[in-house]
Design a protein around this ligand. Sequence first.
Ligand SMILES: [Zn+2]
Ligand SMILES: [Zn+2]
Length: 280
Amino acid sequence: MIRPDLHLHTTASDGIFDAEEIARLVQRANVTMFSVTDHDTLDALPEAADAAYDRGLAFLPGVEVSTEGDDEVHILGYGVRYDDEVLLSCFRQAAEDRKNRILGMADKLKALGMALPIEDILAHAGSSLGRPHLARAMMERGYVDSVQQAFEQYLGKGKPAYFPRTTMTAAQAVSLLRDRRAVPVLAHPGLIHWPLERLMPMLKVWQEAGLKGIEVYHPANQGNYPYWDRLARQRGLLVTGGSDFHDGTSSHGQIGETADIWPHACDDAWALFRAVNKHA
Ligand SMILES: [Zn+2]
Ligand SMILES: [Zn+2]
């Protein structure tokens, strides 16, 4: 029996545990197949593969590609190679764009009378630099009372310090992953706050671009699992699942929790594994 968790983050992006610690936690949660899917980076994959091997766990290398600005449209890619030069150069470019965006927002905040120690922020943020880093710095300086307030008043879409993101579209991410012989899967549809009239036609576009699956068993889809499960299977897409574990707090899932509510977890994970091998 495979007990999978196919969506986990490490310190290579915005998780708080490194790959070795993640493998230990995976084993403790009785998960037998796992995937590390950091945001726009492949850095943790070699260490995760080694740690999985040492512990007798099955491992699928993955990545979570950010697309479509701030709309939480993320494309998971399974079976990526950690030394894939094309992907690595795309992710380097994405990191550069993220940095420019944060500098742009810091300029706007400064003009609004909220100067921030931006060099410090850049030095400590790591590869997953994002608006939360600015929000926390604003809170530390007393400009706002909470991260939420920073977003609602300044950093959110359409607010005075907002600066749009220049990410690729989801269709581009799907094609890129297919070109690199990975298996693209739409992450957590429950986090995409588009009306179904917008999401459904896009799903068709993404499938034409090479999308192979939907991440049905993700905590954000809670309450709608049967809906997404049926829809994926009707469209001939793989069904995947994962906790999206970052740090063990309640804002993301706990390792292994999605395996408990995923009726055909073993068969579905096996189908993904076969698809990865077919395309490799
Ligand atoms: Zn995501
Ligand atoms: Zn994630």
